[in-house]
Design a protein around this ligand. Structure first.
Ligand code: IMP
Length: 424
């Protein structure tokens, strides 16, 4: 069973790129399975920090084939820019593969997201404004254009004309915007086709064959469990399925291939955009996490909301994804906070909840029930093994394991590869 799935257990930004880096030596393929350029992976390559939005972080390794799978929505202009940025830094992108089934983000998706989010006023979701939601909406409505459509210009034009007729009516009549011109879009997208053509492949088939040959794949999720369209804090979610189930539909592999599902879990919690966040801390602790953790959104540069570790959410994520183990990131950021609070349950409407309340209105009112654990003052950045961590830091990790019911297999204490400590 050669497949490992890497899933964020919170609201994204848990450090999934770090886990991919840790596991890269054992992998032949790294596959992005959902989302688009709303994601942001910060990876350390040759001493410099790189921000990747769409291309899987496996691209940094010569022995890995990186795949953008069927379930991803692709803004081809952004993809080309990212390839050029990597090329400019001497990183080879020739092995990058792109599924012909992936849907295209079109200019009207960006335009529509702008006006519809503005229209929602104070109810806006705080999206990344990259056209993700509108592109997935068109996919579900079966009026999306896919990467493979680029290779039949006649069909591409026909589909675009049909869709644009409706989109332009909405843009002009509902939102008072200017209509978009079909010809300009066709010209731009045909140029993208010429640039991307040699990367397009039947990625599901190729992955299947590689698995049969004993190769190994890491399926890399974007965002996180609580942003999942079906299982997250709807409607404050993204429009795809970051959870482990989504990894299979988004890459075209079957469940029999899966050996390991790793939940990437930050040692505290952050969230970008609107929506409930029971352990959010607007005081000194939140400020510490924000500053020391450098919690700015990789994609939009927005400030991330910060708060204490939430074991209720982790138990939920473990259940939805079937985690086999956890990769705990950014433990070093907690240095200097004492005591450290851990949310073990919620209280809402006079009742205690050990699980996420099934009704969202209850969840919005949920107050965290905290237990306090001892903190530590030592800098963890130079620690080279789990057993060398301060006793309080080890206890914190052990408490998370107990509360989640899932083992922690690695802990990270800084951005560099050698700062990922294996837990025996
Ligand atoms: P969208 O994905 O742009 O539609 O945005 C929907 C919600 O998901 C917003 O709250 C975004 O801030 C959030 N979101 C999308 N991508 C990421 C990510 O990579 N990290 C954290 N939040 C994200």
């Amino acid at each position: 069973m050669p497949v490992t799935i890497v899933v964020g257990s919170q609201w994204g930004d848990e450090g999934k790129g770090k886990a991919t880096d840790y596991l890269a030596d054992q992998m032949d393929f790294v596959v992005r399975y959902q989302g688009g350029n709303n994601a942001g992976h910060t990876v350390l390559a040759g001493g410099t920090l790189l921000k990747l939005h769409l291309i899987p972080s496996g691209i940094l390794y010569d022995h890995i084939t990186s795949v953008i799978g069927d379930g991803v929505v692709v803004d081809p202009g952004v993809l080309i820019q990212e390839m050029e940025m990597l090329g400019g830094r001497g990183i080879d992108t020739s092995r990058l593969l792109l599924s012909g089934n992936a849907h295209l983000i079109m200019p009207y998706h960006l335009e529509l997201e702008k006006v519809t989010q503005r229209f929602l006023g104070k109810h806006a979701l705080g999206t990344t404004k990259r056209g993700i939601g509108p592109a997935y909406a068109d996919k579900a409505a079966r009026i999306g254009l896919r990467v493979q459509d680029l290779f039949d210009e006649k069909i591409f034009r026909e589909k675009l004309d049909v869709v644009l007729k409706e989109k332009n009516l909405i843009l002009t009549k509902v939102y008072g915007r200017l209509p978009l011109e079909s010809e300009g879009i066709v010209q731009d997208y045909m140029a993208y086709r010429d640039r991307l053509g040699r990367h397009v492949a039947d990625t599901s088939k190729l992955l299947h064959e590689a698995m049969r040959d004993g190769k190994r794949a890491l399926l890399e999720g974007a965002q996180g469990t609580l942003l999942d369209l079906d299982h997250g804090t709807y409607p404050f979610v993204t429009s795809s399925n970051p959870v482990a189930g989504g990894a299979l539909t988004g890459s075209g592999l079957g469940p029999k291939e899966v050996e390991r599902v790793i939940g990437i879990t930050k040692a505290y919690v952050t969230r970008v955009g609107s929506g409930p966040f029971p352990t959010e801390d607007l005081g000194e602790a939140g400020e510490h996490l924000f500053k020391v953790g450098d919690e700015y959104g990789t994609t939009t540069g927005r400030v991330r909301r910060c708060g204490w570790f939430d074991a209720v959410l982790l138990r939920f994520a473990a259940r939805i994804n079937g985690f086999t183990d956890l990769f705990l990131t950014k433990l070093d950021v907690l240095t200097g906070l004492s005591p450290i609070k851990v949310c073990v349950a919620y209280r809402a409407d006079g009742e205690a909840y050990e699980d996420v309340p099934p009704h969202q209105s209850t969840f919005h009112r949920a107050e965290p029930v905290y237990e306090e654990v001892e903190g530590w003052d030592d800098d963890l950045g130079d620690v080279t093994s789990f057993s060398a961590l301060p006793a309080a830091a080890r206890k914190y990790v052990e408490r998370i394991v107990e509360l989640a019911g899932v083992p922690v297999s690695a802990v990270s204490v800084g951005p560099a590869r050698e700062q990922s400590l294996r837990v025996e």
